[in-house]
Design a protein around this ligand. Structure first.
Ligand SMILES: Nc1nc2c(c(=O)[nH]1)N[C@H]1C(S)=C(S)[C@@H](COP(=O)(O)OP(=O)(O)OC[C@H]3O[C@@H](n4cnc5c(=O)[nH]c(N)nc54)[C@H](O)[C@@H]3O)O[C@H]1N2
Ligand SMILES: Nc1nc2c(c(=O)[nH]1)N[C@H]1C(S)=C(S)[C@@H](COP(=O)(O)OP(=O)(O)OC[C@H]3O[C@@H](n4cnc5c(=O)[nH]c(N)nc54)[C@H](O)[C@@H]3O)O[C@H]1N2
Ligand SMILES: [Mo]
Length: 773
C-alpha cells in the first residue's frame, strides 16, 4: 500500500498572495479534505476513517479538543476540513522505512523543512543513531528498550526528562507519569506548558479548577459569546457551528482579535446543502480589532463600565447575591476599577472609547455570557493577570453554574486537558502523589520538576542526559530554536515516540532512538485479550473512548501503552512493585488504577463504554461552588499593563496557517488569509509598512530584541495585510528562533510567542536563522 511522497520542498520564491477570505468552510473545505486524504492515504483508508471519526465506538478526532455534540444530534460526519487533514496525515499510506533512512543522512535531513519531513509518511521500524554515525539504522525493540534502561540507570533521575505532547491518550499518560515518578522525577514538561498553562494558572486560584466551566449545551442558552484571541475557522472549525447556531437564535457574538479572521465573518456549514453551495451564515455580530496585548486594558475597562452602569441602574448589572454568597475580594476589585484612564486604554487597545463602551453595554444587558479564549491571551508576559480579569468579569455578573454562562478556554491538542488530569504535571499536588504512592507502593518524589521552559534552560546547561518525548516536536515547538537544538544535540540520549519524522529526530542526542507507534486511527489488537481502546477528555471535561480501525502501515509498530510499559520494565527492573505488563496487556487494568487514584473516575471501565462517555465533576458548573483554598470564587486586582514596542519596533505575534497542525504542515495554503506556497511571511498593516520604508513583498531579515539581547531570523517577506496597526504576524514555528527563552508569561512560564518586539532590516546573507530556506 506504499504511496510515494513529494520530493519537492518549499520554495519561498513561489509565494502567492491574494485577498483574504470573508467566510470559512463550505464546499472548498470538503474538496480540500478529500483531496488531501486521497493523496496521502488512498480512497479506501480515507473513507473508512472519515466515517468513524467522533462516532460512538469510533476514534476521537486528533484535530482539536472541541467537544462533539452528544446524544442523538451527533451528525453523520462529525468532522471538519482540518480534522480531515489531521486524519489524512495520520492515515497516510506513505511509509518511512529503514531503506529511506539509509538513503538520507542526518545532514541531508537537517536541511529539510517540516513540510517535507512530515509528508514522507509513517515510520515503520524502531531506529537508532549512535555518536559519530550519519544515518539512523534499524534496531530491535528489545535492544531499543535495553538501550534506554542502560542510559537512564547510568545517570540520576533529575537528569531525565519526560516530555508529553497532547495527543497522548489518558491511559498512556497515566502510565507515563507513573514511570517518571517511579524513577524519582517530576520532570514532566508538556505541550500545555507552551499552550494554555496561563489559563490553568489564572483559573485555579480564582475558581478552584483549571478547566472551563461550560458545556456545549450552554451555547444554546447564552445571550452573549466572546471569542477572544482565537482563530476558530482554522483551529476549531466545529466551533463555528455552535457560534452560528447561537447567532441564529439571536445571541451576540463578539470577536476580539488583531486579525480579521475569515471564520468571524461567515460560515458555510460543510454538513448542510446550503452551506456546501456557498450560503454563508453570519458568525460574529461585532469585531474589536484589538492591538496585540491590549486585552487586559479592555477587560479592565469593561469592569469599570459595568460598575458605572450598575450605579446608574442598581440591581440590573451586578449579581450582588452571588457575589455576597460565594465570592471574596469584590470590594478591592470595585475600588481598583472605580476610575479609568481612557487615554491609556485607547492607546493600549487601539480601540476607541465608543467601541469599548458599546460592547460593555452588551455585557451589561446580557443575562448569560460565555467568554471563550485561546492562545491570543496565553502567550504574553501579562497573560495570567489578563485571564484573571476575565474571571473578574464573569464573577461580577454571576456567570457561573447557570445555563448559557461561563469560562471557556478552548484547548488545543485533542487530549491536552486529559493528560493533565492524568497527572502529567511538573508541579503535582500532594494529593495526587500520595494517592499514587498508596495505590502502587512507590515513593513519588515531592520536588517539582521542569516545565517546558525550564527544560530548555536545562538543555542549555547540559543538565539533561536523557530526554524522552511522547509524541510532539519539542525542538521546534519551544522558543530559542538555535539554543535548544544545540542543547538537545549534547544530551546523551534522546528517545522519540513518534508516528512521523520531524525536526527533533534530526537534532538528536548523541544516541537517539525513534520508536514508531500506533496513532488514533490504527487498530490496536495485538493483545492476549484482543483489541483495546483508549480514552480522551475534551475541552469541556467529557471523557470518552477512542478506538482505531485501520490496519497499521507496519507490523513493527507498538501501541503507546506497550512502549511505556516496556520502557518502565527496562528502566525499573523486575522487582518493581508496579505490574506494567498487566496494564499493557489489558487497558481495563490501567483504568482500574486510574479509578482508585483520581477523583471523578468512579466506575471508569463501565462509564467509558457508554455511548456518550461521561462528564468529570466541575464544581463551578455543577453546583456554583469554588474549591479554592478559601472555598470561594476570588476577585483579583491587577495593575494596568500592555505591550509597548520600543521606538522603531512593532509587536510580533506568531500564529498557525490554515494548512498546519502545530509543527506539522499539511500543505502550503493559508487559504483564508490568501497566503499560498510560502510561509516565511510577515503580515503587516499597510501604514506600518509605509513607515518601514520597505515595499510590499520585499525580503527582509527580522531582528527581535529582549532585555538588551537580539535574535535574528533571515529572509522573510513583508506582506501588506489588514492586521491591527503596530502589530505584525508571522507563522509558528518559523519565527520561534526569535523568541528569547526568558520572554515568558510571568506566572505560568509559557513562552511569549505573541509578544516579541521586532524590527526589519534589509535582507543580507549574514549568518542568522534561516531554518526553512
Ligand atoms: N488545524 C489546526 N487546528 C489546531 C491546531 C493547528 O495547528 N491546526 N493547533 C491546536 C492547538 S495545540 C491549539 S493550542 C489551538 C490554537 O488555537 P488558536 O489560539 O486559534 O491558535 P493561533 O493560530 O495561535 O491563533 C491565535 C489567535 O489569536 C490572535 N491573537 C494574537 N495575539 C492576540 C492578542 O494579543 N489579543 C487577542 N485578542 N488576539 C490575539 C491571533 O490573531 C490569532 O487569531 O488550536 C488547536 N487546533
Ligand atoms: N511560536 C509559537 N510556538 C508555539 C505555539 C505558538 O502559538 N507560537 N504554540 C504552542 C502550542 S499551543 C503547542 S500545543 C506546542 C505543540 O508542541 P508539540 O505538541 O510538541 O508539537 P506537534 O507539532 O503537535 O507534534 C507533532 C509530532 O507529533 C508526532 N505525533 C503525531 N501523532 C502522534 C501520535 O498519535 N503518537 C505519538 N507518539 N506521536 C504523534 C508526530 O511525529 C509529529 O511530528 O507548540 C507551541 N509552540
Ligand atoms: Mo496547544
Amino acid at each position: 500500500m506504499h504511496r510515494s511522497a513529494p520530493k519537492k520542498d518549499i520554495n519561498e520564491d513561489d509565494l502567492k498572495v491574494s485577498e483574504p477570505a470573508h467566510a470559512a468552510a463550505g464546499l472548498k473545505a470538503v474538496m480540500v479534505s478529500m483531496e488531501r486524504g486521497f493523496s496521502q492515504a488512498g480512497p479506501s483508508r480515507t473513507l473508512r476513517s472519515m466515517l468513524r471519526v467522533n462516532q460512538h465506538d469510533g476514534f476521537d478526532c486528533p484535530g482539536c479538543a472541541w467537544p462533539e455534540s452528544i446524544t442523538e444530534r451527533r451528525k453523520p460526519a462529525e468532522f471538519c476540513e482540518n480534522g480531515a487533514k489531521a486524519i489524512a496525515e495520520e492515515a497516510s499510506a506513505r511509509t518511512v522505512t529503514p531503506e529511506w533512512f539509509a538513503q538520507h543522512s542526518i545532514a541531508d535531513l537537517q536541511d529539510k523543512t517540516e513540510y517535507w519531513l512530515g509528508s514522507q509518511g509513517r515510520i515503520t521500524s524502531p531506529m537508532i543513531i549512535r555518536e559519530g554515525e550519519n544515518h539512523y539504522t534499524p534496531i530491535s525493540w528489545a535492544q531499543a528498550f535495553s538501550t534506554i534502561g542502560e542510559h537512564v540507570n547510568a545517570t540520576t533521575p533529575d537528569k531525565c526528562v519526560f516530555y508529553t505532547s497532547g495527543r497522548t491518550a489518558n491511559e498512556t499518560a497515566f502510565m507515563y507519569q507513573l514511570l517518571a515518578r517511579s524513577l524519582g522525577t517530576n520532570n514532566l514538561p508538556d505541550c500545555s506548558n507552551m499552550c494554555h498553562e496561563s489559563s490553568g494558572t489564572a483559573l485555579n486560584p480564582t475558581i478552584g479548577i483549571g478547566k472551563g466551566t461550560v458545556s456545549l449545551e450552554d451555547f444554546e442558552h447564552t445571550d452573549l459569546i466572546f471569542v477572544i484571541g482565537q482563530n476558530p475557522g482554522t483551529n476549531h472549525p466545529r466551533m463555528l457551528s455552535a457560534l452560528a447556531d447561537a447567532r441564529k437564535r439571536g445571541a451576540r457574538v463578539v470577536a476580539v482579535n488583531p486579525l480579521p479572521e475569515a471564520g468571524f465573518f461567515g460560515f458555510k456549514d460543510p454538513q448542510t446543502v446550503g452551506g456546501m453551495l456557498g450560503k454563508a451564515e453570519p458568525v460574529a455580530s461585532d469585531f474589536l480589532q484589538i492591538k496585540v496585548g491590549g486585552d487586559l486594558a479592555l477587560f479592565q475597562a469593561f469592569g469599570h463600565l459595568l460598575l458605572e452602569e450598575e450605579k446608574k441602574h442598581p440591581g440590573t448589572v451586578v449579581d450582588h447575591e452571588f457575589i455576597a454568597q460565594v465570592t471574596d475580594g469584590f470590594d478591592a476589585y470595585k475600588d481598583a476599577r472605580a476610575t479609568l484612564d481612557w487615554e491609556a486604554t485607547e492607546e493600549a487597545t487601539g480601540l476607541t472609547r465608543t467601541q469599548i463602551t458599546e460592547i460593555a453595554m452588551l455585557l451589561a444587558k446580557s443575562k448569560a455570557t460565555i467568554i471563550c479564549w485561546a492562545l491570543g491571551l496565553t502567550q504574553q508576559p501579562h497573560s495570567v493577570p489578563t485571564l484573571k480579569e476575565i474571571i473578574n468579569l464573569l464573577l461580577l455578573q454571576g456567570n457561573f453554574g447557570k445555563p448559557g454562562a461561563g469560562a471557556c478556554p478552548v484547548r488545543g491538542h485533542s487530549n491536552v486537558q486529559g493528560d493533565r488530569t492524568m497527572g502529567i504535571w511538573e508541579k503535582p499536588t500532594e494529593k495526587l502523589l500520595s494517592a499514587l504512592d498508596a495505590e502502587f507502593g512507590i515513593d513519588s518524589p515531592r520536588a517539582h520538576g521542569y516545565d517546558s521552559t525550564e527544560a530548555l534552560h536545562a538543555f542549555e546547561k547540559d543538565e539533561v542526559d536523557v530526554f524522552v518525548s511522547m509524541g510532539g516536536n519539542f525542538a521546534l515547538a519551544n522558543s530559542d530554536t538555535e539554543a535548544l537544538e544545540a542543547g538537545m544535540q549534547r544530551a546523551k540520549l534522546t528517545v522519540h515516540i513518534s508516528t512521523k519524522p520531524n525536526r527533533s529526530h534530526v537534532v538528536h542526542g548523541k544516541t537517539s532512538l525513534i520508536l514508531p507507534t500506533l496513532g488514533r486511527t490504527d487498530k490496536d489488537d495485538k493483545h492476549p485479550g484482543g483489541a483495546q481502546f483508549l480514552s480522551v477528555e475534551d475541552s469541556m471535561s467529557v471523557i470518552k473512548s477512542t478506538r482505531g480501525r485501520l490496519t497499521p502501515v507496519s507490523e513493527h509498530l507498538l501501541a503507546e501503552p506497550v512502549i511505556v510499559a516496556r520502557m518502565a520494565q527496562a528502566i525499573l527492573g523486575d522487582g518493581h512493585p508496579v505490574d506494567w505488563r498487566a496494564m499493557a496487556e489489558d487497558y481495563d487494568v490501567i483504568r482500574d488504577h486510574i479509578e482508585r487514584v483520581l477523583p471523578g473516575f468512579e466506575n471508569f471501565n463501565k462509564r467509558v463504554r457508554d455511548k456518550n462517555g461521561f462528564v468529570l465533576p466541575n464544581p463551578p458548573r455543577d453546583t456554583r461552588s469554588f474549591a479554592t483554598d478559601i472555598g470561594k470564587g476570588r476577585f483579583t486586582v491587577s495593575e494596568f499593563e500592555a505591550l509597548e514596542a520600543p521606538e522603531g519596533h512593532l509587536i510580533l505575534q506568531t500564529m498557525r496557517s490554515h494548512d498546519q497542525y502545530n509543527t506539522t504542515f499539511y500543505g502550503l495554503d493559508d487559504r483564508y488569509r490568501g497566503i499560498k506556497d510560502g510561509r516565511r511571511v510577515i503580515l503587516i498593516n499597510p501604514e506600518d509598512l509605509a513607515e518601514t520604508g520597505f515595499a510590499d513583498r520585499e525580503l527582509v531579515d527580522v531582528i527581535s530584541t529582549f532585555a538588551g539581547t537580539e535574535r535574528r531570523a533571515n529572509r522573510f517577506r513583508l506582506v501588506s495585510y489588514p492586521t491591527a496597526k503596530g502589530c505584525v504576524a508571522a507563522y509558528y514555528p518559523e519565527a520561534n528562533a526569535l523568541v528569547h527563552r526568558d520572554l515568558v508569561a510571568r506566572e505560568s512560564n509559557t513562552p511569549g510567542f505573541k509578544a516579541m518586539m521586532v524590527r526589519f532590516v534589509e535582507h543580507t546573507q549574514q549568518p542568522g536563522r534561516t531554518l526553512d530556506s
